[in-house]
Design a protein around this ligand. Structure first.
Ligand code: DGT
Ligand code: MG
Ligand code: MG
Length: 291
């Protein structure tokens, strides 16, 4: 860049690098989706096509950014996780957060596939907010993921019961809210079962558990590997050269990106997929390697 007397303005640019060796979570959330879901008449409490569209957008982002380790989505939000060894955009916050723009464009782009009969109106285009939070270790990262999944469960049980009371039980929104105020999970399960013959356990997993998106490798046996061992393994991979990072990206691009609706709170999910916390790609399933 040519030197000029105006060059000094660069001194006003503040560094915004995210801390090294921390887990980065970019959480995006649909802006005003309450209104948007009314506008495009999403089914209540869950519109399968709307959730599938969010998942499709998340899969596109995972494919475009091999640095992403895992993503978790529920309702109009998605959390995208980068490993502590990730050096994407030199960990500059604004660039990392901008990955949410990819979600937005992918969501809008794929909308007609999921809602062919409901074209988007320019005045009501879906938009998202995004922010990045750093977590210092695996324990806190996993607690973050557990927090989102517990939230999914609590909200879904409430919403399922609420909308049953309104749509099938003939209550007004205010009456249903009153009926549910002060109730605990077992009360809601009982209302669903005794009044509507619904066993909440049989509801679809995508609604109860949300959606987990990650790269699939060969599953490991369910070994009682301790978290300390995992923590040490990932510690060893924190300082990677640019060439190593690029090699890792290449390997990750070869893996299939899958969408699962499973428990991510218990250890088993993480133990069977050690590549998530270690950040090191696993073994590709045999058929993928031959292709
Ligand atoms: P915000 O995020 O502060 O801009 O406000 P909202 O309106 O996006 O609210 P938020 O993010 O707290 O809650 C998500 C809203 O999106 C909630 O009002 C219900 C709606 N929504 C999300 N998924 C579905 C769905 O599958 N069906 C229906 N009917 N509504 C949904
Ligand atoms: Mg929202
Ligand atoms: Mg939300």
């Amino acid at each position: 860049m040519a030197n000029s007397k105006f060059e000094y303005v660069r001194l006003f640019e503040q560094p915004d690098n995210l801390l090294r060796e921390t887990w980065i979570v970019v959480r995006i959330d649909g802006r005003g989706f309450h209104k948007l879901s009314d506008k495009y008449k999403f089914e209540k409490p869950n519109d399968r096509r709307a959730l599938d569209l969010m998942n499709a957008a998340a899969v596109s982002v995972m494919k475009a950014l091999p640095d992403l380790i895992i993503a978790y989505g529920v309702s109009d939000e998605y959390s995208f996780v980068f490993h502590p060894n990730c050096d994407l955009f030199e960990r500059r916050s604004a660039y990392v957060i901008s990955s949410y723009q990819k979600v937005m464009s992918s969501y809008v782009h794929q909308w007609p596939i999921f809602f062919p009969e409901k074209p988007l109106e320019l005045s009501s285009l879906p938009t998202f907010d995004g922010r990045a939070v750093q977590y210092p270790n695996e324990r806190v990262l996993r607690d973050y993921m557990s927090w989102r999944q517990v939230d999914c469960h609590i909200n879904n049980l409430y919403n399922t019961t609420f909308w049953m009371l309104v749509l099938k039980g003939g209550l007004s929104n205010v009456e249903a809210e009153k009926e549910l105020s002060g109730t605990v999970s077992s009360d809601k399960n009982e209302i669903l079962f005794s009044r509507f013959g619904i066993n909440y356990n049989n509801e679809e997993e995508i609604y109860k558990k949300g959606s987990v998106v990650y790269r699939q490798y060969q599953l490991e046996d369910h070994q009682p590997q301790t978290l300390t061992t995992q923590a040490m393994e990932s510690q060893a991979t924190t300082e990677l050269s640019k060439t190593q990072q690029e090699k890792m990206r290449k390997l990750r691009r070869k893996a299939q990106v899958v969408v699962d609706h499973v428990d991510i709170i218990k250890d088993e999910f993480w133990q069977r997929r050690p590549w998530l916390l270690s950040g090191k790609p696993g073994k590709l399933p045999a058929e993928t390697t031959q292709a």
